[in-house]
Design a protein around this ligand. Structure first.
Ligand SMILES: NC(=O)c1ccc[n+]([C@@H]2O[C@H](COP(=O)([O-])OP(=O)(O)OC[C@H]3O[C@@H](n4cnc5c(N)ncnc54)[C@H](O)[C@@H]3O)[C@@H](O)[C@H]2O)c1
Length: 416
């Protein structure tokens, strides 16, 4: 199999997780990309990732501190995987397209719609591939959820209820997630939730929301980040920071298909943590599984009652996972799994890499392309915009930059 030479740009926590994903892809026997470069403006981080790559993949990628130098010294690199912090995505992605790279860009595509539109413009001019790294829908149980909805098992969708409350006054992962100009926690996590909601029920067209910043000071908590992925940076997290991005957004969503959604994103909740998702239709309800956990999803159907786990598979006899997912999860039909979180985390990103390689080789379109990535962000930004304007905001208005009160200060900060 031809292996496309690629580089990881951004060697922080997520850069490390992407490296682990490459390890999984190499092990699967289906690797169609090869890591040959690492680029980070922080040389220490770049070298750390390159050392880990040598250990994991058997070969140390070359290290660079700018895309320009990398292009000069290794013109053979065909694609870059952008895992820099979110505020920089629009700059890094635009430069990458101008230098002629194919791009896999971590979510969000950019932190403003104006930034996303600039990336889209550069991408269109380049004729290269742009894939947004939104991995959660690739979870086998999310694929099953989608298949069940397509098979109409709960009937006509009426409502999507989604909420989470956690966070207290701890710094969530790293300080930048509490700064509006860097892409606050609501957008950072929100694009994942929006992507799941629209993957299941189709596009959202209108949002009404109220947002708030409760915890203006955040403190270093006992644990930094997800799993042990951020351990290297734990000592550099300050004990206290000033936060200026929203930590509560409560939204009412109108889907194009007529369904109504309620979405609560609350990152300053003290006390008990809560997390829920429910889809209600004309024939029953579905509790979609939490991605990367492997728990069975639950159906409750009129006249039948509860069905869950492998029983659910009987409702979708033609449901099959793709070849790489089947290899990684060791089954082509799954109603649940017991794979550890850290392994699932790398498998889902491995699927993104493989898809990128395929798109470059045979011209297929990525599943989460520029427009899906922009719409995921647009729903988050519509909620923030709605809170500023005190009215319902349409996604069309946001994507076409007809109203941009909320993001205008971010655009000014980055000179977009
Ligand atoms: N898909 C997911 O589940 C998931 C999970 C975590 C993070 N992410 C995304 O991954 C991205 C990175 O997050 P993180 O937690 O790893 O951040 P991080 O702060 O740990 O790492 C960012 C790295 O990028 C480098 N960097 C910043 N600007 C740069 C530039 N212009 N050129 C080169 N290097 C640059 C920094 O020096 C740092 O090493 C974010 O966009 C975040 O939203 C996605």
């Amino acid at each position: 199999m031809i292996k496309i030479p690629i580089a990881i740009i951004g060697a922080g926590g997520m850069g490390g997780r992407h490296l682990r994903a490459l390890g999984a892809l190499y092990e699967s026997g289906m690797a169609n990309v090869e890591l040959v470069g690492v680029c980070d403006k922080n040389e220490g981080n770049a070298n750390h990732l390159a050392d880990n790559a040598k250990e994991l993949l058997g070969k140390r990628p070359a290290v660079f501190n700018s895309l320009e130098n990398m292009k000069k010294e290794m013109p053979e690199i065909e694609a870059v995987d952008i895992t820099t912090d979110s505020g920089s995505h629009h700059q890094v992605a635009e430069e990458a397209f101008n230098l002629g790279y194919n791009v896999l860009c971590e979510k969000p595509l950019a932190i403003t719609i104006k930034g996303s539109n600039k990336v889209i413009e550069a991408w269109k001019k380049s004729g290269k591939v742009l894939s947004v790294a939104e991995q959660e829908r690739r979870d086998p149980i999310c694929r099953l959820t989608k298949a069940l909805l397509e098979a109409d098992v709960i009937g006509n969708p009426y409502s999507f209820l989604n909420g989470s409350a956690r966070g207290s006054k701890d710094i969530i992962i790293l300080p930048w997630r509490h700064h509006k100009n860097m892409g606050g926690i609501f957008v950072d996590a929100g694009v994942h939730i929006v992507d799941q909601m629209m993957y299941y029920l189709g596009d959202i067209e209108e949002v009404y929301a109220v947002s708030k910043l409760w915890e203006k000071k955040r403190y270093k908590g006992e644990k930094i980040g997800v799993s042990n992925f951020y351990e290297k940076w734990a000592s550099s997290v300050p004990n206290e920071i000033e936060a200026d991005s929203e930590d509560m957004v409560i939204s009412t969503l109108k889907f194009k298909n007529g369904a109504i959604g309620q979405w609560t994103s609350f990152y300053a909740a003290h006390g008990e943590i809560t997390e829920y998702a429910m889809i209600y239709g004309s024939k029953g309800s579905m509790t979609p599984a939490k991605q990367r956990r492997g728990d069975p999803l639950r159906l409750n159907l009129d006249g039948i009652g509860e069905i869950s786990g492998d029983q659910v598979l009987e409702l979708v006899p033609n449901f099959h996972l793709d070849e790489l997912t089947s290899r990684l999860f060791k089954s082509e039909r799954l109603g649940s799994y017991k794979t550890p979180f850290e392994d699932v985390d790398k498998f889902l990103v491995a699927l993104e890499y493989y898809e990128l390689g395929q798109c470059i080789t045979d011209g297929t379109k990525p599943e989460v392309d520029a427009y899906v990535g922009r719409k995921d962000l647009a729903v988050c930004n519509a909620a923030l915009e709605s809170s500023v304007l005190g009215r319902t905001v349409t996604i069309e208005e946001i994507e076409n930059e007809i109203t941009s009160e909320y993001e205008s200060s971010i655009n000014d900060y980055w000179k977009i």
